[in-house]
Design a protein around this ligand. Structure first.
Ligand code: GLV
Ligand code: MG
Length: 310
């Protein structure tokens, strides 16, 4: 299979939309989220799932999703819904769909199974083979210990996503507030999990995405939790409410000051390595010494800034 998935799509804000709710599906199209994911899993009641598959196909084919990455979250492989979710949605709306999100991924075989099913559907329907990507949600201990294999399981994988609510339940974390520190532990209880996911993602050139923050009226809380993931290097975070969209877009974009500084570093480095600048490997920019590693750091900030339209 020649993959043509796009691992660099903007995903600062990934908006969750219940697949069974046509009103929310309509409203989502007007929001400034980088990505939308139409949900067949936890936001859809068991008795609503069958109907929601068709509601989603209709929304993907007839809605205006211009500028957004279009994703559908199916149910996980331990349920009996997964194969019909994938077949109905991809056969019905494949050309208008960018990725399938697979929740509660526990090992690489679950990714391989989805990859094979997607390939069969693409071939049967005459769609471009390998175009539809996979987003893998890590939501339990087994998924986390296997995350390196999961990230490398298929060229379709574009992102590794932390699912904090299910994850906290799966490890018996003593807190009911998703993303907040459990009382009684004097350090950051999420650090290991976030870093583990980030390393697996970066080692395979994938994006790393943080999951939901459920206190939708608490924008300070959202800032704090999203800021933690952004500081480590995550590419974006889920948004559950229109009010969280702008916050995510801002938090996962560089500040104007950092962006301007990154551009200065790139210009200064280009000059110092050029013939006119003496073909030097490093230079001073004010009080700061810059070299090839500085250029790489600056490229990350500048790339994110340009993608954000700065
Ligand atoms: C998301 O699916 C989560 O469980 O946090
Ligand atoms: Mg979950």
């Amino acid at each position: 299979m020649t993959p043509s998935v796009n691992r660099l799509r903007p995903r600062r804000s990934c908006l969750a939309v219940p697949g069974s709710n046509p009103r929310f599906l309509e409203k989502a199209q007007g929001l400034a989220a980088d990505q939308v994911f139409l949900d067949l899993e936890d936001a859809c009641a068991p008795l609503a799932k069958e109907g929601a598959r068709h509601t989603i196909v209709d929304a993907l084919n007839n809605g205006d999703w211009t500028g957004k990455t279009r994703v559908v979250r199916v149910n996980d492989w331990t349920t009996h819904w997964t194969y019909r979710d994938v077949i109905t949605v991809v056969e019905g709306a494949g050309p208008n769909l960018d990725c399938i999100m697979l929740p509660k991924v526990q090992d690489a075989q679950q990714i391989v199974a989805l990859d094979l099913l997607l390939t069969q559907i693409e071939k049967t329907m005459g769609f471009e083979v390998g175009r539809i990507g996979i987003e893998a949600q890590i939501e339990n201990a087994r998924g986390l210990v296997n995350v390196d294999d999961i990230a490398a399981a298929s060229p379709r994988v574009e992102t590794i996503i932390f699912g904090p609510a299910d994850f906290m339940a799966s490890i018996n974390m003593k807190s009911l507030v998703v993303g907040h520190q459990p009382p009684g532990y004097g350090a950051d209880a999420y650090h290991y999990i976030l870093m583990r996911i980030l390393m697996a993602a970066r080692a395979n050139d994938l994006q790393a995405i943080d999951g939901p923050y459920l206190q939708i009226r608490n924008s300070d809380g959202y800032r704090e939790v999203a800021g933690r993931a952004a500081a480590l290097g995550f590419d974006g975070k889920w948004v559950l409410h229109p009010d969280q969209v702008e916050l995510a877009n801002e938090i996962f974009s560089p500040s104007q000051e950092d962006y301007d500084h990154a551009e200065l570093i790139l210009d200064a480095y280009d000059y110092c390595t050029s013939e006119a600048g003496g073909k030097k490997g490093s230079a001073m920019l004010g009080d700061e010494m810059i070299d090839e590693a500085s250029r790489k750091m600056a490229l990350v900030i500048s790339g994110k800034g340009r993608a954000a339209g700065m």
